[in-house]
Design a protein around this ligand. Sequence first.
Ligand code: ADP
Ligand code: ZN
Length: 668
Amino acid sequence: MALPDASPDTSDALQVLHRVFGYSSFRGEQQDIIEQVVGGGDALVLMPTGGGKSLCYQIPALVRDGTGIVISPLIALMQDQVNALTALGVRAGFLNSTQDPYERQAVEQAFLADELDLLYLAPERLRTESTQRLLDRGKVSLFAIDEAHCVAQWGHDFRPDYLALSMLHERWPKVPRIALTATATEATHAEIVARLGLEDARHFVASFDRPNIQYRIAPKNNPLKQVLELIRSEHAGDAGVVYCLSRASVEKTAAFLVEEGIDAVAYHAGMDARTRAANQARFLRDDGVVVVATIAFGMGIDKPDVRFVAHLDLPKSVEGYYQETGRAGRDGEPATAWLAYGLQDVVQQRKLIEGSEGDEMHRRSLGMHLDAMLALCETVDCRRVRLLEYFGQSGVPCGNCDTCLTPAESWDATVASQKLLSTVWRLAKERRQKFGAGQVIDILQGKKTAKVIQFDHDALSVFGVGSELGTAEWRGVVRQLLAQRLLAVEGDYGTLVLTEDSGEVLGGRRSVSMRKEKAPAGPARKESGSRSGKGARVPVDLPAAAEPVFLALRAWRAETAKEQGVPAYVVFHDATLREIATRLPATAEELGTVGGIGEAKLAKYAEGVLGTLAECGATDPDAAVAAPAPAPGSGSGSAAPARPAAPDDDEPPFDLDEMAPPPWDDWQ
Ligand code: ADP
Ligand code: ZN
């Protein structure tokens, strides 16, 4: 890169943005952050995934003299990152354990000769004296500490090697440092500052909102069918991630999707390394692959065009949910975060915590994380507002989550809760046998099943007092009581037991409000998704006339990416293809004004793109000159069931007095 001789300023940064990256303006706080680092100051950047963190260190590295050193734990991604930069005409390299000594030496030579704009380094390499001496001998323009939350010891991605990064400032006090992360909590923020010695850095905390992600949490009934329906009706031909809790369910789900004709691959830590790597590579490189994975998959997956993230099991915390769903829609295009959630999830997660290693305090902390996640699932308010609140930020109802799109109703479930808790109390009194939700619901609905008859449960005073609710609704009541800790589960068979707070409800001193159960939701956004019916997804706001052009460009991109051995998005992002398909540039000069097309890509692809446009009759073939010129859903579904959710009589339909719930103390 030709660098100006005079001291760098912001106009250089803007010029690099146009010329190299092909973007017209900075986003959010990018400009301020870049100014801070270009000027030699330290910065701490908290910005959500997809917010545009990379430019915050890449542009200063291009503007300042010397090489920007990027410390990243994501060794497997370095090659792709370097490829993407090379495609932009940026001189980049990496040093990590996957290289042989010759490859490493070549990169070191390039660095010493000041022929690199950016050098990616694994943190463990930086600890070695030889690497430190290498850096001393070259010219370092800045240190970028990517995934900076890895320094947080209590966080989920802790890397011991990150602790050593505190020495950067001592050894190279004049070199500016920029630490970046998408992990939002206050605690992590504070730990990064302390451990990296960033007290004097400027802090840039962006909003953690991801407006392009549509959050939806649906009642779980048949998760495999539900996710298939989601893919078919809204995301045919799209890349997506399906998260499952266990390796076994990963395998099962992937096999099911493949059988149903979806291009799906599995990913979990128990697979042999080669298959796993191959599956990851397919997901990253090819268009429209669905990866079914445990949460081991994903950190640093910076594929920009993941169109949906589906959770078939409940995440353990709101942080986890936010990180995982955040892998959707990094490119800013519409994306879906869909979670199927049911009674079994609550039971399972509570059991996992019960059986987890560690002391009582640890279990309590896990319990609190789960409670926050459950509250997000059961809320009747905007999901996004609740999510942002969790991270200490405020928001207004978003219009792009299931509760905003189909407002959820709440109902007074006090009487229903009393019925259910009374039944559990009665069964507990028997002390002979332990019973789960199934038996309790059968009793409430007055079902004379073999098991009900065997234990004389049809003789209980609560037998049949709950016939006004269906089974799914009763399961919803159990789930929400569990979520509110008004009920608990015990043992391997999910025995329902009362909690200390149950007495409040039974004694009529506390009322219970619940989210009304909806019928299992069908597709939410009928208008979006595949309009072409050919399996390839067409972006929502693309005019119909531009559809065939977009698809032709996508085919050209797939072919080009394959030839060059790079992921499709390294050639062009979807947004760029869409802009081309809508604007139909007739000349290379015009093409150069499309977002995401800088000088290097224009030189490389103008001929291919203009040729493709001409081939599908979108432009005048004679205009397709090769010489490039430099250029500067509606909600989660159907209405609530017609059945009244709870009786609204003044008189409870069963004799509460007769049940005479004794005070809590007597029940133990
Ligand atoms: P992060 O690392 O924060 O997850 P990235 O740096 O990968 O995000 O950027 C996300 C997407 O936004 C990328 O596709 C990137 O090219 C694009 N992008 C970043 N900054 C701009 C900008 N100023 N104008 C247009 N697109 C941008
Ligand atoms: Zn909302």
